[in-house]
Write a protein that binds this ligand. Structure first.
Ligand SMILES: Cc1cc2nc3c(=O)[nH]c(=O)nc-3n(C[C@H](O)[C@H](O)[C@H](O)COP(=O)(O)O)c2cc1C
Length: 350
């Protein structure tokens, strides 16, 4: 409640400035690690997750606040997106809050300090922590070759990552989403797969065409290289914002990816579709509009093994993590399930 008031009061301050402030508080680890819920423990890919809720990519692009983020209660983190060279991203302003929907539109464009600083931060973290961290990789805006940044980064991050996410779904860097097309995707997989040593995920856009999605699912099923899919990145569609009157309507016409609750339905539809098409044989990480324990329950019940969030942290604050975990643990108990692992794909109504 208190954070909500703060969030409302700060609607007029640049979201990027607030983000920098948030990162600073996390650096000084002002938050204490939360309760462990036995029924949320999850074993996957030879790793033990305290719970299935992770921090989505984009929050900690330079792997600089890993300790602090874990202290919020997340079961794992996804750092990045990192690119080979540092880059500033798109001109500001480029992040827009739409409070009516607790949504965000952003076109950051992979602003980050580059792989060298990222790795030095991650190595520091590895010296003192056993926390689970995946690394999300992308391409520099200026690189003309669609594939080489990915093969380069994959090899660089592999020794230090619990898993690697190949981000081919960001709407804010030209060319990235072209990698979802059938021939390009196959070529990308062929080029990287020989370097595989760690669990590997591909992050997909909710705007992908049905035929490209089917192709991605087929390859995910048939290529050992891909362990699973992350569903989904942000959407360039604005269809989900027109159901209510909008005060700051100019913001919805800003270019960029939309995140938060308006994304939930389309992400969940995609999760359903992919779970059905792959017959539950690949791992799905669900992300898009999770702000309550019910939201997390729903995605896991539809077939996700792990889930992630970002935008609800902006609107509900750091305590959202512990609230979601408490509610999810309760719901699992209430439905008579032994643990969260039993919920995956169980299709249980709330
Ligand atoms: C400010 C912001 C920056 C983001 N940056 C990235 C990024 O660098 N890489 C990426 O794969 N996804 C990025 N995302 C997308 C999130 O990881 C996530 O897929 C999406 O926001 C949906 O989840 P949410 O509704 O919980 O925010 C970003 C999202 C936001 C709001």
């Amino acid at each position: 409640m208190m954070f909500k008031t703060i969030s409302n009061l700060t609607n007029f301050i640049s979201p990027e400035l607030l983000h920098t402030f948030f990162l600073t508080t996390l650096k000084y680890s002002l938050f204490k690690k939360n309760t462990i819920y036995e029924n949320l423990r999850f074993k996957l890919l030879d790793r033990d997750f305290d719970n299935p809720l992770g921090l989505a990519a984009g929050f900690d692009k330079n792997a600089e606040v890993l300790d602090g983020s874990l202290a919020l209660g997340f079961g794992y983190l996804e750092a990045g997106t990192v690119t080979p060279m540092p880059q500033k991203g798109n001109p500001k302003p480029r992040v827009f809050k739409i409070p009516e929907f607790e949504a965000v539109i952003q076109r950051l464009g992979f602003n980050n300090d580059g792989i060298e600083i990222f790795l030095s931060n991650l190595k520091q973290f590895r010296l003192k922590s056993r926390g689970l961290v995946g690394v999300n990789i992308g391409k520099n805006k200026g690189s003309s070759d669609l594939y080489s940044d990915y093969t380069f980064l994959y090899q660089k991050v592999e020794p230090f990552a619990d898993y690697i996410t190949i981000n081919i779904s960001s709407p804010n860097t030209p060319g990235v989403r072209d990698l979802q097309k059938k021939d390009n995707f196959k070529k990308l997989i062929e080029k990287i797969s020989k370097f595989k040593k760690k669990p590997t995920f591909v992050k997909i856009s909710p705007d992908i065409s049905s035929s490209n999605l089917e192709n991605v699912c087929d390859l995910a099923l048939n290529e050992d290289f891909i362990d699973g899919l992350i569903l989904t990145n942000t959407t360039i569609s604005r269809d989900f914002l027109h159901s209510k009157p909008i005060k700051n309507s100019w913001k919805i016409f800003e270019d960029g990816g939309l995140s938060g609750p308006p994304l939930k339905k389309i992400t969940n539809e995609m999760i359903k579709k992919v779970y059905k098409q792959t017959k539950g044989k690949i791992i799905i990480i669900g992300v898009g509009g999770i702000s309550t324990g019910r939201d997390a329950f729903e995605k896991i019940s539809l077939g996700c093994s792990l889930v992630q969030l970002y935008t609800s942290l902006i609107y509900k604050g750091p305590n959202v993590v512990s609230k979601i975990l408490a509610e999810l643990s309760q719901l699992i108990k209430k439905k008579g399930l032994k643990n969260v692992q039993e919920l995956v794909g169980a299709n249980i109504d709330l």
